[in-house]
Design a protein around this ligand. Sequence first.
Ligand SMILES: [Zn+2]
Length: 401
Amino acid sequence: MLAAIERIGRDRRTGGYRRFAWNDADMELREWFADEAAARGMAYEEDGNGNQVAWLGAGASGGDGASGGEGADALLLGSHLDSVPDGGAYDGPLGVVSSFAALDQLRRDGFVPSRPIAVACFADEEGARFGVACAGSRLAAGTLAPEKALALTDVDGCTLAEVMRARGRDPRRVGRSAWLDRVGAFVELHVEQGRALVHSGDAVGVATAIWPHGRWRLDFSGRADHAGTTPMEDRRDPMPAYAATVVAATARAVDAQARATFGRVVVEPGGANAVPSRVSGWLDARAPDDGALARLIDTVLVDARAAAAQARVGLGVTVESASPAVGFDTALRERLAAVLAAPSLPTGAGHDAGVLSRVVPTAMLFVRNPTGVSHSPDEHADDADCAAGVDALATVVRELA
Ligand SMILES: [Zn+2]
């Protein structure tokens, strides 16, 4: 199945994937998912948010208006098929194909589940196009307001509402998904985005928690000037203040055993021979718990204000997003760790499973990634480990369904 979708949305120059919400690659992957559901005789539905669901042992709910009426007894598997810019082949797709593969294996073994099983492909997990991660699962769970989502714009200035309409979807259907009411547990398998399993020597692990994380925009504003005629002592240059902040944040994160990343910076006016008037940097910060993240941000902002004062420039801080720590359902994850004899590990990455854990008992399985590299064409998992992931997921289905 991974081979079947290998070419979809792949950039020939970089080898990375560009599967963004509602782009051509995304549409092709949607068709692929629906075909896989049909090939297995599963009832297929797409909810108003673009989340795709294939049901085994129960009919589709017939749209967001219908409750289904079966109660919350279904076991949900799945992940996402979209990618970050130049993403790898496994982040997302491994969870979707492993879900189908685990059900194939169980069918071959003659296993008959005692509860409905669904496989989901969540829309726009990476937020690469509209800037909000896990938009599909957040909308389904009711933790993202439809009007806020529909007004999000891509780089071309198109709103989500316009893009959905262009793809034949009705923006009025965006919002809480009724099919989720029928789900009693969710298990997402995902390639590990780190090397904990390499160190422990295991192919598969069980997630304990998702670190709290957030995004802060720091705007350093000074005065544009001539790079040749303005003496150093007369400048109000925001760049040295920004640079000092990056260096300080890196050291603070090391001290706190946390993460601080400035992966995006915008410089105005952006001339090689001009002192900048403004430098905006985006700080992505993550830490093991909410208190540690708050302390990290506090110390970084103290450093940033000191650097701004020294450079005689202004500093504005905007919180663009903040996600508190997610602890997965203790009983469920301990049960899975026991039945799989798998180690438990936390993660610094956000997932649909983190979103759904607020509304349904949720667990995650990780599959070993030899380099730990993710969100890159170099992302990889060995075939044998992928097969072990499918086996683990099949064991989980036997245990829970
Ligand atoms: Zn992912």
